[in-house]
Design a protein. Sequence first.
Length: 273
Amino acid sequence: PTGVAADIRADPDIVDILVGMCWAAANSGRAMSIFNPFPPQHYVNGTKDIPAVVKLLNLLPSVSTLKSHAKNEATLMESLAKLDKGSNKLYTLLLWILSVMRSPLVKIPQERRMKSMQTAHQYYLMAGTDPHRRKVFREAASQYGSYLAFHGSSIENWHAILRVGLLNMSGSSLHTAGAAYGTGVYMAADSSTSFGYSRAGRVWPKSEFFEGSNGQCIAVAEVAKAPGVVTQPNPYYVVPQDQYILPRLFFLFSGSAPKPNLMASTLKLSKYR
C-alpha cells in the first residue's frame, strides 16, 4: 500500500493486529522495557512517554471505523484530526505503527489454513527486517536443512517479536520464563506446550479479533540445523543462536477459546514458505 488509508482498505485485519500488539505492549506493566521499537516522537528528555502513547491509542477507533474514513489519505487525516484536536499526533502514530520495522504478515487463504488449529486467524509471517540476519538464515537452512517448532509468548511481547523476530533474551531484563534448561530461545515440538507460555493477556478493546478482553498468540518458527543448533527437544528446543530462527506462521486466539494440540513435525514446511 502507498499510504495509511490504502493500507487500511487493503489489509484491515493486519492493521488490527499491528495496532493491537502495540496497544498490548503500551499497556503492559513492563512497557518501559518491552515496548520496542518505540515511536521516537514520544520520547521526552530521552525517556519513553508511555502515557502519551496509551492516550492516543485509546483515541483510535476500530479498524472498521477507520476503513469507513479511508477513502483517501486526506479523509483519513481529517477524521483522525477530529479525535486529537487537530494535533496530527494520532495520524503520525498510526503511520509509525504501520510502517516502521514492519515484517511481512499475510493472512493464510481459507483453503490453506490448518483446521486443527481451531482459529480462523492464521497468518504467514517472516518476522525480522534485518537483511543480514535473513541472509545468514537462508544460507544455513539451505546448507544444513531445517525443522519447525512452536513458540509461545505473552501477548505484550508480540509487538517486538513481529518486528524484530525471536531473539535470545536469556539473562536480560526481558527474560521472564526462567532458564531451567539453559539459555536461548525456548521452543516446543507441540503447540500445547507453547500455549502454556503464551499466557492470555489484555487485548485492544476495539480489536475485531477477540471475543472477550483476553487473547493469546503463538507462532511456528523454522530453525536452521546449523552446527551447534539443537535438533531434538529435551524437553524443549533451546536455541541460543537466534540468527538461525525465523518465525513462519502466526496464530491468534481469544483467551477463552479451546487450545488445540498439534505437533510441529506434522506440518509441511514447503506449504508455508
